[in-house]
Design a protein around this ligand. Sequence first.
Ligand SMILES: Cc1cc2nc3c(=O)[nH]c(=O)nc-3n(C[C@H](O)[C@H](O)[C@H](O)COP(=O)(O)OP(=O)(O)OC[C@H]3O[C@@H](n4cnc5c(N)ncnc54)[C@H](O)[C@@H]3O)c2cc1C
Length: 332
Amino acid sequence: MNDNFLNFLSSESIEFTTGVQLSKFSYFKTGGTASVIIFPDSQKQLSLCFKWIDNHDLAFKVIGDTCNVMFLDNVDYGIFISTTRISSIFYNSDKSIITAECGALLPELSRFALSYSVTGFEGFEGIPGTVGAAVFMNAGAYGDEIKSVIDSLDVLLPDGTLKTYSLKQLRLSHRNSIFRSENKNEIIVCARFKANIGHLLTIYNRMSLLHAKRHKYQEWMYPTLGSIYSGSIYRSLAKKDLYYKFISSIYYLVFYKLKLFRREAPDNRKWLNDFTVKRFGITYDKQPFSNKDMNTLINNDHSTDDLLDYLDQLHELIGNDIPIENEIVKKF
Ligand SMILES: Cc1cc2nc3c(=O)[nH]c(=O)nc-3n(C[C@H](O)[C@H](O)[C@H](O)COP(=O)(O)OP(=O)(O)OC[C@H]3O[C@@H](n4cnc5c(N)ncnc54)[C@H](O)[C@@H]3O)c2cc1C
């Protein structure tokens, strides 16, 4: 790593770590090394880093909590800027606005909203990751999404100035935004959210219910990256194969709608997964997906080559029927 850069960071008291093993650092526990990860703790420090990097034409990638990104084994990456230390959240009751900095965690924002009886954030309680990334991909769950509550946001430009985006300018759509679709050289620094007051107990009860649902349907035994695709891969496969559609519809009817054999729906889809694997000829040495949902990668000591192989097979089957949500970080 460029010594001048590290000297600059030290002179500005900006924290950094060099030679980071991403397989230990990242949420999904994969990846080679990062030559340096920088942890600015204020918007000012973030701006200083961005300016220096831009002036010296260095490549970098901004990261939040790395919950949606898969780093590849055997790749030595360069510079990452982590936003996780820029994480304050404020409430302005006069303007009915909650402001969250980019590195604030989405579950924290959700609970912060609860504490002021602000509604519309309940579905975010179980979505891991930071506010900046949540806007980047218009995160959402259970009918709540960033698009419904965001008012505006500020980004940092490489010259250190701020630019404000209105809701309309963000072009938020299903798991997408102008930042994701246009690969902009801008860093989201804070977002302002509309604070609609609701009923405290109603908000709390909904959040509790969603929390329990998520725990049931989400993989928690192995590291994961949430959903691979934003949409059901079972439904997508059913469009391709009438026999599969028939069998999977019966499965859903019996186990999920009518719940014929138990009072509750099963907490995994192992039977349907096994059937899907056989029917579509999916191959692997060690199962690369969760028993709960084939749309979730797991890292059970997998190499990223094995995981990419599974992703390629899914892509062959599904094509562009539903958009991919997980991001693979290539060398930059
Ligand atoms: C168990 C699990 C469950 C999940 N459930 C859901 C769910 O229900 N709904 C949902 O929408 N998502 C879900 N996800 C995906 C993930 O939580 C979201 O994508 C989240 O927004 C990622 O946040 P992060 O901070 O970890 O971002 P990262 O993975 O670190 O980054 C994601 C992308 O955002 C960019 N980025 C990050 N910060 C900034 C910034 N400040 N400015 C500009 N670009 C930035 C990065 O460059 C990268 O391209 C789930 C993930 C897991 C692991």
